[in-house]
Design a protein around this ligand. Structure first.
Ligand SMILES: C[S@@+](CC[C@H](N)C(=O)[O-])C[C@H]1O[C@@H](n2cnc3c(N)ncnc32)[C@H](O)[C@@H]1O
Length: 763
């Protein structure tokens, strides 16, 4: 009879027996790091309850090894297939299967493996026999690896491993070659750190990796160059705009197409030779420059600098090619065209994208100060003319300087890739719009689904409020466009804080001392506070709905019981709280509408304020406001809690539907909501949540609970020690909360969102 019914039990027993003899300090988690059954030293292990087809299992292992290569991880020299019931180990050598390991596989490694023909195993060992046990121990101690070849499928993985292993390394240390003036021979050509794992790359130049050069940047460059390359299909599509711009060139004029941040020339790749003969290209990163030279140098009119000299390489960058420097703006090669009235200027660029004040950046510890572009000439000049956060954006520095220093005539054009914010919210330019597309940022070497606009601007001044873009996603499987119709981009003018925040102070407000954090619990000791808290019986909460954009949406959407330690919001008072709730509702839009077409396109505005206020005053919007109340009381981002403050006062959550300890303000007001099927469903599910919440171990009958407090304090869980899975202590409560979430999302999108758009809370 089988000893094991579960493969995992056999696997764990194997580890228990052998690890103490091989590497006692190795944890199971270290062994299982890559979704296979384990790697120990130079051995890949694959366990089976019963092996029925050795070739099929071998092929599965080959797929795992292929995945290790792509990730930039060493490929073990031995493959051990282990039948846990037969206590048998078949040993294979991976070197023999290198050609198959160097292929790419998609789909689960354990699927579709029949039909593979491998050789016989090198050895077959039985671990119920002591001699073989010793042989297995010896094998497991072996640290041999099969060297792999570097190609475009794995180079990014190996670059990541390299910069991790050698944190001070620069791109040249990884990628350097023997061509050109700067001769650092990089790791891929002369492996030192990875000598055991990779064959030297024999390609003379890096042209094979042209489309990946942004992903091969070292850590410092990544932060300063903000490089996200354009997908080939998008690059080709935007040539339509370039050709429209060329068609605008007045008869008798010469023209140039200038790309100051061309990278390896993706945007220009689809231009005809004739069009290329009008191009001037440059890029600041040295290895991009070399590839750009190799790919386009002979075809374009100019490349900056024209040839490589001993001075060209400067700490990984190209001397004279920094588009944000004064030198570049004064560059004589370009100036001769700018100064020629018979030459039309077309800029065609996908500027680097980096917003160093964003939370994403701060989290990585690469804050605003660390970026060298912030100290550049162009940024300094821009700051003199452009106020506010717009000057914190690297892309904006390109756009602003494009119009400032290069475009002069109405027939000049700028075709530029960038999120719409610069035009929509920051009003960086006011020019005539001649066409454009909305593309999905996901296809620019990031994981973020968001809207990137490529727009054709003429240099003619124009004041427009609304532009339309044809929206195109890409199906990566078929490498073709997927149309998302036409998208509106509407300009926004007013922030919520300007017209909607309640700026009143009441005569009977008294100084308070309760300040909270984002999760509605008391602010941490020692945290820097900027709000002087007040107390009043009529205060039921504190709201901050910051920023017009949906970057970091949760941090920009605060609704808590008392003041936020950082301030920048307003106290929600009983007499007018209802009309403030649409701001909170609007701030949740992106969470429930995650399509790439929405993120970075839809923003928050108070542009409809006068209409809104009039309709609130007339009572026309009462039912809508009550719907917003229902949403606010049942949505997780409302971080109101009931608690006893450090001042000894009991702060009850009034924006929740728990009437256990008497009617809350929300319960009082929601009585006026006309209940349709959707409202009834949400309310019923809330009752279910509350019912199960009351059975939770931590439930405190003296408190009045909202959804978030239930989630945070009562829906507890623990980790199962054996399986590592999360176990919910109160499954029914957890289920009920999940159900509520689904209903609330549907309710929001059907009942609330359309009105938010109507009154331009969302625009
Ligand atoms: C978004 S990528 C675009 C590359 C290419 N045009 C494309 O669309 O795939 C931006 C490029 O700008 C380059 N870059 C960044 N800062 C620069 C600067 N100050 N001057 C010139 N080029 C710069 C980066 O190295 C990167 O290649």
């Amino acid at each position: 009879m089988d000893k094991y019914i579960l493969e995992r039990d056999g696997q764990l027993d194997f580890f228990k027996v052998f690890l103490p003899r091989v590497k006692p300090d190795l944890g199971i988690d270290d062994i299982l790091a890559d979704n296979n059954d384990g790697v120990i030293n130079g051995n890949l292990l694959e366990f089976k309850l019963h092996v029925t087809d050795l070739n099929a299992v071998l092929f599965q292992c080959i797929k795992y090894l292929s995945a290790l290569r792509v990730k930039g991880k060493p490929v073990p020299a031995n493959i051990l297939i282990i039948d846990v019931n037969a206590t048998t180990v078949w040993v294979y050598h991976s070197a023999q299967y290198l050609a198959d390991i160097e292929k790419l596989y998609s789909g689960g490694a354990s699927k579709d493996n029949t039909g593979f023909i491998g050789s016989d195993a090198e050895a077959v060992l039985h671990y119920d026999q002591p001699l073989d046990v010793e042989s297995i121990v010896v094998l497991l101690k072996e640290c041999n690896f099969t060297k792999i070849h570097i190609d475009e499928n794995c180079i990014v993985g190996w670059a990541t491993s390299f910069y991790k292993a050698v944190p001070t390394a620069r791109k040249e240390d990884f990628l350097g070659d023997d061509t050109g003036k700067h001769k650092t021979i990089g790791e891929i050509r002369k492996p030192v750190h990875f000598a055991q794992y990779i064959y030297p790359y024999i390609g003379q130049t890096n042209i094979r990796f042209n489309y990946l050069m942004d992903k091969l940047n070292d850590t410092i460059q990544k932060k300063n160059l903000g490089a996200f390359y354009t997908h080939k299909l998008y690059a080709e599509k935007s040539l339509e705009l370039v050709r429209t711009a060329i068609a605008r060139v007045p008869a008798g004029n010469d023209y140039i197409i200038l790309d100051r941040c061309a990278g390896t020339g993706n945007l220009e790749a689809g231009l005809t030779d004739e069009e290329l003969s009008h191009c001037i290209v440059s890029t600041v990163e040295y290895y991009e420059y070399k590839v750009l030279q190799e790919l386009l140098g002979a075809k374009v009119r100019h490349i900056i600098p024209p040839i490589e000299t001993a001075e060209t390489f400067n700490a990984g960058l190209v001397t004279g090619a920094d588009a944000l420097s004064k030198d570049y703006i004064d560059n004589k090669i370009i100036r001769q065209y700018i100064d020629n009235p018979k030459c039309t200027i077309i800029l065609f660029e996908n500027p680097p994208y980096a917003e160093t004040t964003s939370v994403e950046h701060q989290k990585k510890g690469v804050g605003a100060k660390s970026s060298s572009w912030k100290q550049s000439y162009v940024v300094a000049e821009m700051k003199k003319e452009v106020r506010g956060t717009a000057s914190n954006d690297l892309g904006n520095a390109f756009i602003w300087s494009g119009f400032k220093y290069y475009l002069r005539q109405p027939t000049d054009s700028y075709i530029v890739y960038s999120p719409v914010k610069y035009w929509k919210a920051q009003h960086l330019i006011d020019k005539e719009f001649l066409g454009g597309f909305a593309f999905n940022r996901h296809h620019f070497h990031t994981n973020i689904n968001a809207c990137i606009m490529v727009a054709l601007w003429s240099n003619k001044a124009a004041s427009i409020n609304n532009i339309q873009l044809q929206a195109l996603d890409i199906d990566e499987k078929t490498n073709s466009f997927v149309s998302f119709g036409t998208l509106d981009i509407r300009r926004i003018y007013t922030l919520y804080s300007k017209v909607y925040y309640d700026k009143r102070t009441n005569n009977d407000d008294v100084a308070g001392n309760v300040l909270l954090g984002y999760d509605g619990t008391p602010a941490r000791d020692g945290v820097k506070t900027t709000l002087k808290p007040v107390y009043n019986k009529n205060i039921i909460g504190y709201m901050v709905i910051d920023s017009s954009s949906f970057d970091n949406p949760d941090l920009m959407s605060v609704l808590i019981r008392c003041g936020l330690y950082k301030g920048h919001g307003f106290y929600l008072r009983e007499d007018n709280y209802l009309e403030k709730l649409p701001m909170f509702c609007a701030s949740r839009y992106i969470t429930y509408n995650t399509s790439w077409t929405e993120r970075a396109r839809i923003m928050k505005s108070a542009d409809g304020a006068s209409r809104y206020k009039a309709d609130v005053a007339s009572g026309k919007l009462l039912q809508f406001l009550l719907k917003c109340l229902l949403f606010t009381c049942t949505e997780m981002q409302c971080h109101m809690r009931s608690f006893i403050g450090s001042d000894g006062r009991y702060y009850r959550n009034e924006l929740c539907l728990d009437g256990t300890n008497g009617e809350t303000i929300a319960l009082r007001d929601i009585k006026r909501l006309i209940l349709g099927d959707k409202e009834k469903a949400v309310l019923k599910q809330w009752e279910t949540v509350l019912h199960w919440a009351k059975k939770a171990k931590n439930y405190n009958p003296a408190l009045t609970y909202g959804v978030y407090q239930i989630y945070a304090e009562l829906d507890t869980s623990h980790i199962d020690e054996t399986t590592g899975d999360t176990i919910w202590d109160n499954v029914e409560l957890h289920t009920a909360l999940a159900g509520l979430k689904t209903l609330v999302k549907e309710y929001y999108n059907s009942e609330i969102v359309p009105v938010l758009f109507e009154y331009e809370f969302l625009k």
